[in-house]
Design a protein around this ligand. Structure first.
Ligand code: NAD
Length: 271
């Protein structure tokens, strides 16, 4: 169990929604928090409101995330908890997507997390107390659904990254732990993700009401609740942190389909 009180934490996408909720929950548990975000106005306002330190960052750019790490280490001389949460959630059928669409969504949701791991893991491993990396995935990282296929691609990618990193760290006897947060429906600004879309990466992905995209009757929760689930997962060293346990049904069905495929295919001899 990892103690949060007294620790230095960084939260990407911390100006809004789940990132803000994570930052508030960490502060509530006694951590010092740096929030990083591309949206300067919201970043400064949120930092002032919740008592965090702001650092403007574009997670899709490796140099920007490295500058964030340098800022945190220079300012606080340590880093213990890194929450790689920044993300966008636009919709669009795969057949309509342009390469610019893929570049945008992969750049923020998957490369953003890769940049975070690459920049911060050495500092966490050098920390004698160990540390924790939280990655905000999604329930859409467990099951694929129409119109959010590119989003699922990014979140399945983050899931593979989290699972493989957790195994490698455990095998190496590292004191760094990993959590994959899998939110269901959270009341945030994800429905207006295009507000942060870079010029030059326009395409077919568009903002959509996710309550209409996700074809299920689900419970909406507040960002602070998702944040408290993250602090709990950190304290319990949990790899998977689902916000909506009631959404396990379709995950079981998917696993059953994969298992059935393994039973259907016999072992083919090499001759
Ligand atoms: N809201 C939900 O129901 C839900 C469900 C599952 C997963 N998620 C995930 O939660 C995470 C947070 O999203 P949210 O719902 O809080 O949305 P949000 O729009 O409220 O917050 C996302 C934050 O990320 C920031 N951001 C966007 N591009 C960035 C970039 N290039 N660099 C740095 N910051 C950037 C935005 O400015 C914003 O502050 C995302 O990874 C999202 O995929 C959300």
């Amino acid at each position: 169990m990892t103690e949060v009180a007294g620790k230095v934490a960084v939260v990407t996408g911390g100006a809004s929604g789940i990132g803000r909720g994570i930052a508030e929950a960490l502060i509530e548990r006694g951590a010092t928090v740096v929030i990083a975000d591309i949206e300067q106005g919201a970043l400064d306002a949120t930092a002032a409101e919740i008592g965090a330190t702001p650092c403007r960052t574009d997670v899709s750019q490796a140099a920007s995330v490295e500058a964030l790490r340098d800022f945190v280490l220079e300012r606080f001389d340590r880093v213990d908890i890194v929450c790689l949460n920044a993300g966008v959630g636009p919709s669009g059928y795969i057949r309509d997507l342009t390469l610019a669409d893929w570049e945008w969504i992969l750049g923020v949701n998957l490369w953003g997390v890769i940049h975070g791991v690459t920049a911060f893991l050495p500092a966490l491993e050098a920390n004698p107390d160990g540390g924790h990396i939280e990655m905000t995935g999604s329930n859409a990282g467990f099951i694929a659904q129409p119109t959010i296929g590119s989003y699922s691609v990014t979140k399945y990618g983050v899931l593979g990254l989290a699972e493989a990193l957790a195994i490698e760290l455990a095998d190496a006897g590292s004191k760094v732990r990993v959590t994959y947060l899998a939110p269901g429906m959270v009341r945030t600004n994800i429905g207006s993700s295009a507000r942060n879309r870079p010029a030059g990466l326009e395409g077919a992905l568009h903002d959509a009401d996710i309550s209409k995209v996700i074809n299920q009757d689900v419970r909406w929760i507040d960002p602070i609740t998702a944040g408290r689930i993250v602090t709990r997962a950190i304290e319990h060293d949990d790899l998977y942190a689902p916000t909506h346990p009631e959404l396990v049904g379709p995950i079981r069905e998917r696993h059953a389909r994969i298992e059935a495929a393994h039973e259907k295919y016999p072992i083919m001899e090499d001759r």
